[in-house]
Write a protein that binds this ligand. Structure first.
Ligand code: ZN
Length: 226
């Protein structure tokens, strides 16, 4: 099992990443891609059904891929799973696939990385209904402070969308949120995780090494690592 070392930058949501010294990545494998952790060496994985690539025809097949892969030791979280009102199948099918993946998360005791676009009501309703014990992380967050506070108050962690973080205006939001509940990510885009850390360290008025330590602590809490 791959875990971040003290001093590592953590990129919590990546597609198509590779291992490199000093940077810990959580590679997000999507069930429809047909890849397995064996195809990529030296990193940790999430595995799940992305709502964009779910349909009535592939639903059962994708679900069994999650069941068969999520139990592997290098898969440390389920996802990305979630809801998207702008792209993907009916909300009914998205809801079913999400609930099935939450059941797997709870059974395997692995937390969940969430994709959510314009469907916060669905996410909140699912949490209320399912009462998960495992932690949830919304990745690619770019909302306002009201939405952020609402999610945080439900115990949900936030990882900011890389492009949002790098905008000067995001500093006001980031500085208002509890640093012990945040993560940073590149989402596989051509952007350096170190420059994202540098920007957020300025927003929080701390040093990059302090931010690294905070995010490693967050990682350990999120994944239930002692
Ligand atoms: Zn993603």
């Amino acid at each position: 099992m791959h875990l971040p070392k003290s001093g590592d930058f953590i990129d919590i949501h990546v597609h198509g990443g590779t291992s490199s010294p000093g940077i810990f990545i959580l590679e997000s494998l999507m069930a429809h891609e047909g890849k397995t952790p064996d195809d990529i060496a030296g990193v940790a994985f999430t595995y799940g059904i992305h709502p964009w690539f779910l349909n009535e025809e592939n639903h059962k097949q994708l679900l069994s891929a999650v069941e068969n892969t999520a139990c592997l030791p290098d898969v440390i979280a389920i996802g990305e799973a979630g809801f998207d009102r702008l792209r993907g199948p009916s909300m009914q099918l998205q809801r079913l696939a999400f609930e099935e993946q939450i059941a797997i998360s709870e059974k395997l005791r692995k937390p969940v990385v969430i994709h959510c676009v314009r469907a916060w009501d669905e996410l909140m309703a699912a949490q209320k209904k399912l009462k998960p014990k495992m932690s949830w992380l919304v990745h690619g967050f770019r909302g306002n402070v009201t939405l952020a506070s609402q999610l945080l108050s439900k115990g949900i962690y936030l990882s900011f969308w890389f492009d949002f973080v790098l905008r000067p205006g995001s500093g006001q939001l980031i500085s208002q949120l509890p640093a012990n509940r945040i993560f940073l990510e590149t989402d596989g885009a051509d952007v350096n995780i170190m420059s994202i850390y540098e920007k957020v360290a300025v927003d929080l008025n701390i040093r990059v090494d302090q931010l690294k330590q905070i995010i490693i602590n967050n990682f350990n809490t999120f994944f239930g690592i002692e």
